[in-house]
Design a protein around this ligand. Sequence first.
Ligand SMILES: Nc1ncnc2c1ncn2[C@@H]1O[C@H](COP(=O)(O)OP(=O)(O)OP(=O)(O)O)[C@@H](O)[C@H]1O
Ligand SMILES: [Mg+2]
Length: 344
Amino acid sequence: MGLGGIFSSDMAIDLGTANTLVYIKGKGIVLNEPSVVAYHVKDGKKQVLAVGEDAKLMLGRTPGSIEAIRPMRDGVIADFDSAEEMIKHFIRKVHKHTTFSKPKILVCVPHGATPVEKRAIRQSVLSAGARRAGLVAEPIAAAIGAGMPITDPTGNMVVDIGGGTTEVAVLSLGDIVYARSVRVGGDRMDEAIISYLRRNMNLLIGESTAERIKTTIGTARMPDDGRGASLLVRGRDLLNGVPKEIEITGAQVAEALAEPVQQICDAVMQALETTPPDLAADIVDRGVMLTGGGALLGELDLSLREQTGLSISIADQSLNCVALGTGKALEYEKQLRHVIDYDS
Ligand SMILES: Nc1ncnc2c1ncn2[C@@H]1O[C@H](COP(=O)(O)OP(=O)(O)OP(=O)(O)O)[C@@H](O)[C@H]1O
Ligand SMILES: [Mg+2]
């Protein structure tokens, strides 16, 4: 084995709206952190203060001199400079041998990304220190990571519900037959909870509180007892401006989330209607696979089953599927070469 074999750590990156994961060839996932960069701003100059987990703790809590940014929106780069800072930081954190060789890096992109957006992602990976950058379509990565038989001549439907987008795709023979990306995901759910509490309870809460409500008592379906689990939530009373604490219930969260949940269901229905009949029949047989963090929303699988009549599964390690799938493309590049795009 040459030096390159020993020292270069080729890697796969899932550059998500909410979380970035890094997979190293031969090792698996070695990093999983929020996609957030915090800067110290002084005299108009910005200096990176924290990236990832530490930076996320600062979101919504920053004084005037500190700015916390999420570089990705809707699955694509919204702030080029901070995206590059973030990628560099994470690569440095996992890649200890940059002096010996530059790594090859695969990174996944939403199916709906434009050529300009794809170029931006490729460029930021290259300037962060990659020798070569390959792109993998996110729905394919998600399906591989969920263990679906994507190279078979049958229709497979995967629904990846991330922070920024939900991507619905039908795959057959290793490629995308139909894909649609809607800008609805975990972020939209958090916003829906914030606006519900503001409108109905005069309570102002921040994004991290909304996310905590969603992940603890959030549900896509009205609870059978009409109430569900409950949680004490603190925020600011909009009537008198002081902090207050109220109890909110699963039923209220279900009401708040009704719209984003419906939009996800609609995207699945639309995919079914547009899929060629034989492949649609395969999907009826095999069911639908959910991946991404949004797949973990309480009873979302049940709600989708009720509305579509299809059987719905949640992938094991749903938050890791895209990184695992992109990693697999790296490990088995010979067999999976056709899913990697090195030069668009
Ligand atoms: N138990 C849970 N219930 C509901 N939502 C959850 C749960 N756990 C995580 N999430 C949400 O999943 C989202 C993150 O998922 P994921 O890491 O798949 O997104 P991403 O890949 O960063 O985004 P995208 O694919 O859109 O770029 C966040 O909005 C998070 O709040
Ligand atoms: Mg994702």
